[in-house]
Design a protein around this ligand. Structure first.
Ligand code: UDP
Ligand code: MG
Length: 316
């Protein structure tokens, strides 16, 4: 199979029909062996029934259904797990991404890139609640992960199958795929894509996603920088605590303060938290060494599979 197109859908009953037509129009002239994976993320409207009806008519279509709403990233992940294409394309199911862009993505992959990321350069969303937070998030993600991508939130992306299948995705992590893939020196390309206003239904997100994205960013940073040496990460976190603890102790022993119990208490608290961090770090290190955590297994597998092909020649 050449190509799998993966579309998470949550209450998109009006969009799915036109979307299926648009994908077919864009992809069938290419003469590829392709499949469309509709992942129904526990929709409460008729999305699943419509998807199933489409699948009955079109043998290219497969439908995966979640029993309840798990979120866009788990839906994407389920599609990726079930996809059999050599190249995988993910996109939104609300007609905001344009399937007519798919051939450009395939060209870039054929040029040798491992992942191609869309950039909605004329994004059709609200300015204050969407475009500005997204600008800030993209800047921050670039700074923290060291992988500057203009539009991490654009779902329209293409990947070599073996590359994307090897990374763990959960929570809202689909926004960090380029950064996660940088772990193995994947070659990342960005291309401009069209973007349309939402025609049917509603956006599933509000400002609350900022909180999730911030925590995911912390997790991704931890994964990227300290996955194989957690003790260093925890050690780093414990340093300011030890410094504060010593400073408090010194203050309590200053002449005139007569072993001030408050400063002694503060010092004890800081120092014991510091030791707790070190302790947590050693436990994390032992877990990592035992080789049973999924990220470590995926890292090793990925390094073996991907690195020789991409030659680690690109930073991103
Ligand atoms: N989506 C999903 N599960 C969710 C939320 C969203 O599968 O819990 C799908 C949704 O149906 C759409 C895509 O993810 O196909 C992007 O969602 P949305 O359009 O609401 O996000 P926005 O474009 O507003 O960022
Ligand atoms: Mg949308």
């Amino acid at each position: 199979m050449d190509l799998s197109i993966i579309v998470p859908l949550y209450n998109e009953e009006e969009s799915i029909g036109p979307l299926h037509r648009a994908i077919t129009e864009a992809v069938s002239p290419l003469g590829l062996d392709y499949e469309i994976l509709f992942v129904d993320d526990g929709s409460r409207d008729s999305t699943f029934e419509r998807a199933r009806a489409i699948a009955r008519q079109d043998p290219h279509v497969r439908v995966i259904r979640f029993r309840r709403n798990y979120g866009q990233t788990p839906a994407m992940m389920a599609g990726i797990d079930h996809a059999s294409g050599r190249i995988l394309v993910t996109m939104d199911g609300d007609l905001q991404n344009d399937p007519a862009d798919i051939p450009n993505f395939l060209d870039k992959i054929e040029e040798g890139y491992d992942i191609v990321v869309g950039w909605r350069h004329k994004r059709q969303d609200k300015l204050i609640t969407r475009k500005i937070p997204s600008r800030v998030a993209n800047w921050l993600i670039g700074k923290v992960t060291g992988v500057p991508i203009r539009d991490n939130g654009c779902s329209l992306k293409a990947y070599r199958s073996e590359v994307i299948k090897s990374i763990p995705l959960y929570s809202e992590m689909h926004r960090f795929i380029p950064a996660m893939l940088s772990l193995v020196g994947s070659r990342v390309a960005e291309i401009k894509v069209r973007h349309h206003p939402r025609r049917f239904g509603q956006s599933k997100y509000g400002l609350s996603r900022i909180y999730k994205v911030a925590l995911d960013l912390l997790m991704v940073k931890t994964l990227i920088s300290f996955m194989s040496r957690p003790l260093q990460w925890f050690g780093l976190l414990s340093l300011p605590l030890f410094v504060a603890g010593l400073a408090a102790l010194a203050t309590s022993l200053l002449p005139g303060s007569e072993a001030d119990p408050i400063w002694m208490g503060v010092s004890f608290l800081c120092m014991s938290s510091g030791f707790f961090f070190i302790f947590a770090g050693t436990v994390a290190e032992m877990v990592y060494q035992s080789g049973d955590v999924r990220p470590s297994r995926y890292m090793e597998r990925k390094l073996r599979v991907v690195a020789p092909q991409t030659g680690m020649e690109s930073k991103a």
